[in-house]
Ligand binder design. Structure first.
Ligand code: CMP
Length: 145
C-alpha cells in the first residue's frame, strides 16, 4: 500500500523538518503523488533564470546552489538531505534565482508541483509558512552578499 522512495524504504529517509507537522498519512500521500528524481554527480537540477513551477526536497545525497553571472560562478550553499530548494521561483513567480547541481553520486529529490503544494498548504498551513520563511531568509542572504 505504501510506496517508499528508492533504496531501503521509509527508514532510509533523512528527517525532513519542513514536514515535521505532517501526519504520517499525508506524508505518505505526498510521496505517492510526487515524482522522485535522481541525479548523478555534478548533474544540473535547476538552471538560474529559468521558469519554476515546482520545488524539491532532498531525500538522498546533497546539492550545490550557485549563481552564474557573466560566466563567473559564485557558490551560495550546499544543501543536505532533508533540506529543500526551488521554493523562491515557485512562491514569487520570478525566474530561478540560482542554479542547483547534484553534489553526490546518487542524489534523489522529491519534486513537488505548485498544485500539490497548494493542496498540501490548504490542510497544513505550516508547510507554506516554513517555505516563505526560508524564501525570505535566502533572498536577504543573496541581497547582502
Ligand atoms: P529558486 O530561485 O526557485 O531556484 C534556485 C534555488 O536555490 C532557490 O529557489 C532557493 O531554493 C535556492 N537558493 C537560492 N539562494 C540560496 C541561498 N543563499 N542559500 C540556500 N539556497 C538558496
Amino acid at each position: 500500500e505504501e510506496a517508499p522512495p528508492a533504496g531501503e524504504g521509509w527508514d532510509a529517509l533523512p528527517a525532513i523538518p519542513l514536514f515535521s507537522d505532517l501526519p504520517r498519512e499525508a506524508f505518505i500521500q505526498l510521496f505517492e503523488r510526487c515524482p522522485l528524481r535522481r541525479f548523478g554527480p555534478g548533474e544540473r537540477i535547476l538552471a538560474q533564470g529559468s521558469h519554476g513551477d515546482a520545488f524539491y526536497v532532498i531525500c538522498e545525497g546533497s546539492v550545490r546552489v550557485f549563481r552564474e553571472d557573466d560566466g563567473h560562478r559564485q557558490d551560495l550553499a550546499t544543501l543536505e538531505g532533508g533540506a529543500f530548494f526551488g521554493e523562491m521561483a515557485l512562491l514569487s513567480g520570478a525566474p530561478r534565482a540560482a542554479s542547483v547541481e547534484s553534489a553526490s553520486d546518487d542524489t534523489q529529490v522529491l519534486e513537488i508541483s505548485a498544485s500539490v503544494l497548494a493542496m498540501l498548504s490548504h490542510g497544513h498551513p505550516s508547510v507554506a509558512q516554513a517555505l516563505k520563511k526560508f524564501c525570505r531568509e535566502r533572498l536577504l542572504t543573496n541581497v547582502m552578499n
